[in-house]
Design a protein around this ligand. Sequence first.
Ligand code: GCW
Length: 714
Amino acid sequence: MSYLILSVLISFSASAQKDYKLWLQYNAIVNSSIALEYKNNLKGIVVLGNSETIKIAKKELETGFLEMLGNVPEIKTALKGEYNLIAGSQSNLDTELKNSLQSDFQKLNEEGFIIKSIAVKNKKQLIITGKNDIAVLYGVFNFLRIMQTNKTIKNLNIADSPKTNIRILNHWDNLDRTIERGYAGFSLWNWQKLPDFIDQRYIDYARANASVGINGTVLTNVNANALILTPQYLEKVEALANVFRPYGIKVYLTARFSAPIEIGNLKTADPKDSEVIKWWKNKASEIYKRIPDFGGFLVKANSEGQPGPQNYGRDHVDGANMLADAVAPFGGVIMWRAFVYSEHDANDRAKQAYAEFEPYDGKFKENVIVQVKNGAIDFQPREPFHPLFGAMPKTPLMIEFQITQEYLGFSTHLVFLPKLFQEVLESDTYKKGKGSTVAKVIDGTLHGNKITGIAGVANIGNDLNWTGHPFAQANWYGFGRLAWNPYLDSETIAEEWLKCTFSNDENFIKPVKNMMIESREAVVNYMTPLGLHHIMDTGHHYGPGPWVSNLSRPEWNPTYYHKADKNGIGFDRSESGTNAILQYAPEVKAFFGNLETCPEKDLLWFHHVSWDYKLKNGETLWNGMALKYQEGVNQVKEMQQVWKNAEKYIDSERFKEVEMLLEIQYKEAKWWRDACLLYFQQFSGKDLPAGVEKPAQALDYFKSLKFPFAPGNG
Ligand code: GCW
């Protein structure tokens, strides 16, 4: 092999490995004083216990030290001398250590950890502990993050517990390995080779999740296939569960409501039918025999054509409670989705989930948690928070975010989603007075719920870099961090991620972090500014399609959402319109309902206003909207510049990937701007204001674009 080919191959694989390694790069620490501090203060490692989980923790520490500092401290089997890193769970600590940490342990829940500099018999040590081995593993990953971000370890005193119980990825993965709304290749789950072939990817996936505290995974699409519940598949699920278990990750499945008919030979799936009840009970015990820590079921029922209890004249409570009874003896939960709307309901789609679910408050069994999307329509670049948050005080609600970018440019556009997630989590529902934030609803503190959770629709596939776009890894990472602590600031998350993924160099971090933070507003600006929503093209949802009006269901048409006409644009959800604002607390209703107080970022979500409506900056709505579209385009251009300047700080492969993707994003931002403005201009009848570039093509051109094989669209 020639030298050239060889070196190309080597550099390719080295670089591809970087992409694959996500935020666990463990780059050598270049700051010599920090490196020295670690070396001087950590001369030995004592790992207590010998479970699979503890072995993983130990290996992780060894890898981390070796890669970041060039060598591993002495591995000791018992505590001797000083400057040791001790890692082990409470029950494995000696009495003296246990006693000295008593008050710290009191602060922890089952999954929380302590990282603390302590003195034992006057000897300095650093301890990582928790109530069980999984908690220790979380502590180890946290410690390695401290190392990766080059923080000092002088006087560490951390006691950190996750604020939610169920921190879960929802994979919309089909059994044929296609992924609904997946843009990073095919499903990781190789059903054909399971259970005997364990792909290294499963292990790496579990490790990555554990490193950010994710503790659950729903393997299958909510548009469910009953076959996953047959023995043939359960055997495969069991194999995955065995891989994930030592990483603290529970497996869940989607339950197709009609499964008793499809795979159980019953005539009905009526949740009140005794045969059906028995079938699910047996199915649950069959699953738990294989997977004793099986998490439970996620169910999409009577939504977008999925079967459900309503097919038998029953309601969501009947359906959820029947399944809840089946898994309750084994400690399982039912995550029942509130994503419902009907084409037979002339009501504003944004009102339907609340209208249907709010009356069910207090009626679900204890082990049911209702899963509610962050907004009332569908994972748009921006939506006001879902009115169900805070409205069901007697029912645990979990939030569902979409990490995969169905409506935000697939895996082609760089959009840092934790900024979006944070905006929702911080929103104040006012349901129990000021400060009743969505975060407090879902972490259970507002209403004192026992089960709590956050779900994220995964953006992971079998692409080399897992998520299609190198920066989409940050959305997986950030989701995990916010699931652990919904009060984290997205800037903190961006900074951590950048340091762990690329470099600690401040000259790199500062501008690139700003770029990430800005990226969310950029996508809103060039797709759906000022509260516009759901104007994406049909079916695949890629690119603009504000003109689409021919779909069978009215609420699938973009024209339903923007309601542009000669007089103006926007969906009137105020008192003069559908009065959807009535579903919010009075303070919020007043705030959104009044043009004076409604934030302009939500304006067209709640109001239909004239093209001449005066915005706060003095511009007319038409001019302001056009300028927003232009601003979005300009922001992407700036992102490109920031990235160019970052070239010298990182490897060339990831630099190039992102550079090419940003070029596409820039092209497509212009596409969005031009297509939307040309279309809306037909109604406004006004010229584009100064500062907005003239469209390069006519409207018909944009309308003619078709994407027959767009990914993720079934
Ligand atoms: O946003 C819509 C998507 C569907 C998805 C559905 C849901 C899994 O377009 O692809 O189906 O939401 O969340 O159930």
